[in-house]
Ligand binder design. Structure first.
Ligand SMILES: Cc1ncc(COP(=O)(O)O)c(C=O)c1O
Length: 451
């Protein structure tokens, strides 16, 4: 049962919700949050797709705890896996050591990921998995059998977002987040990524597919022999505002990467683990990247863990005697943490046991129906969806600030018992995959009411 009375620790008096809110404002510097306008939202408990705050108010979690919760909060199998593992060992260093949970998870990932991906490098957060993928690609060209040390450039997409470390910010293309850091960054080669839902693209065309691929090919020709890798979010660019690529773009990018002998790094941190309707987004276009980056949903959204999974071609370039100095000198203290791995294994087992992907079909249809209705509103536009990732844009009145307007909209939705987080004027609906049809209706009813 949901219980909001969780703010007390055994032996300690319960802290009032007001005090927690005050301390939150005073001491917690929240990510991506303008603290001047921060309204404390303090969660006490959660179950399934519902979260409950310290005052006992209940909300549907329409953002999956920022796109990472998969099977709902407090899933019995994930909870049990964590409890069992904590009774054995909580942490084992991954640097030159291992444990059964890390090994089992790596085996499972090697089995489930597309193609020949079989060497799993564990990290802690999504951005770290991209950082290490960039380094893997760079070092691969330096020390493979026929080295090409001049390959030091990366191609990435317009509107890209891959995290907040300096390497990933270098790849980023969201001015609000990235522009200020420009003097610190390396310069990637950016290609315009097509947007299947861009109203300016004529309906008769392929949503910008042909131009998108032509632009990429041109870059690959112009920079022949200089490019280490293409980095892309497959199918959907999440932080770009759920920018959905036209069908065939991912396959086209992968084919070009092969033709021009450039590595493909697929960032499935946001789209992995069922978000787009398949376990991995790459499956939908039969794409087998050289390095696949995973995060967020890997542990069902429970614990920080991520991974960069590489093919033998990459791995073998790092194989050698000490004297050859081919080791990948990269690592994180908590990489491959056994608690996180135990929960991640349970997360993958639930997909099979509960037929999570099969059960998404009616939910994806219900989201499509409800989104379609939003098109009739005079205040919403550009509804879009890929699997369980959906969004629409607010029509922001002239003179209003988009970010402020987005937050205002979400505050109003919260009054109807739904917790959302906007991206500027884009309102995103990305609930846990375990959400019920009735709960989906609660989300869209709230949106309808506010619109
Ligand atoms: C596509 C993508 N890559 C990387 C990241 C970074 O992940 P993390 O916040 O875990 O570092 C995100 C986060 O939203 C993401 O959407």
């Amino acid at each position: 049962m949901l219980d909001s009375d969780q703010t007390s620790t055994p032996g300690r008096a319960k802290t009032s919700s007001q005090k927690l809110a005050d301390w939150d404002r005073d001491h917690v510097w929240h990510s991506f949050t303008q603290m001047k306008h921060y309204t404390p939202f303090v969660v006490a408990a959660a179950e399934g797709a519902r979260i409950i705050d310290v005052d006992g108010n209940e909300y549907i979690d329409a953002v999956s705890s920022l796109w990472c919760n998969v099977h709902g909060h407090r899933h019995p199998m994930l909870d049990a896996a964590l409890k069992q593992q904590v009774d054995r060992v909580a942490h084992v260093t991954n640097l030159g050591g291992s444990n059964d949970q890390t090994i089992q998870l790596a085996r499972l990932l090697a089995e489930l990921t597309p193609g020949d991906l079989k060497h799993v490098f564990f990290c802690s957060d999504g951005a770290n998995s991209i950082e290490v993928a960039l380094k893997m690609a760079f070092q691969y060209w330096q020390q493979r059998h026929h080295p090409e040390p001049q390959r030091v450039k990366y191609v990435c997409l317009s509107d890209a977002y891959h995290g907040d470390t300096i390497g990933t910010v270098s790849l980023g293309d969201i001015p609000l987040f990235h522009k200020i850091f420009k003097p610190l960054l390396f310069e990637p080669i950016r290609v315009p990524a097509p947007d299947a839902f861009e109203p300016s693209v004529p309906e008769s065309s392929t949503g910008g597919l042909d131009d998108g691929l032509k632009n990429l090919e041109l870059v690959l020709q112009q920079h022949s022999g200089e490019i280490a890798a293409i980095v892309a979010e497959p199918l959907v660019q999440g932080a770009a505002g759920i920018k959905i690529h036209p069908e065939g773009y991912l396959k086209g990018v992968a084919d070009l990467a092969k033709r021009y002998d450039v590595l493909l790094i697929a960032d499935e941190v946001a789209v992995g683990f069922g978000r787009t309707g398949t376990l991995f987004a790459c499956e939908q276009e039969s794409v087998e990247p050289d390095i696949l980056c995973l995060g967020k949903g890997l542990s069902g959204g429970y614990l920080p863990i991520s991974a960069a999974v590489a093919t033998p071609k990459i791995y073998e370039a790092f194989w050698g005697d000490y004297s050859e100095r081919k080791t990948l000198y990269h690592g994180h203290t908590f990489a491959g943490n056994p608690l996180a791995c135990a929960v991640s294994i349970a997360n993958l087992q639930v997909f099979e046991k509960e037929k999570t992907l099969e059960n998404l079909v009616p939910k994806i249809s219900r989201m499509a129906e409800r989104l379609e209705r939003l098109n009739q509103s005079e205040l919403a536009e550009k509804t879009r969806q890929k699997g369980m990732m959906a969004a629409f844009d607010l029509k922001v009145p002239a003179g209003k600030n988009e970010t402020e307007y987005g937050y205002y909209f979400c505050e109003l939705v919260q009054q109807y018992g739904v917790r959302m987080r906007p991206l500027g004027k884009t309102i995103i609906v990305m609930p846990p995959l375990s959400i019920t049809l009735d709960e989906l209706d609660v989300i869209f009813d709230a949106i309808d009411m506010v619109l």
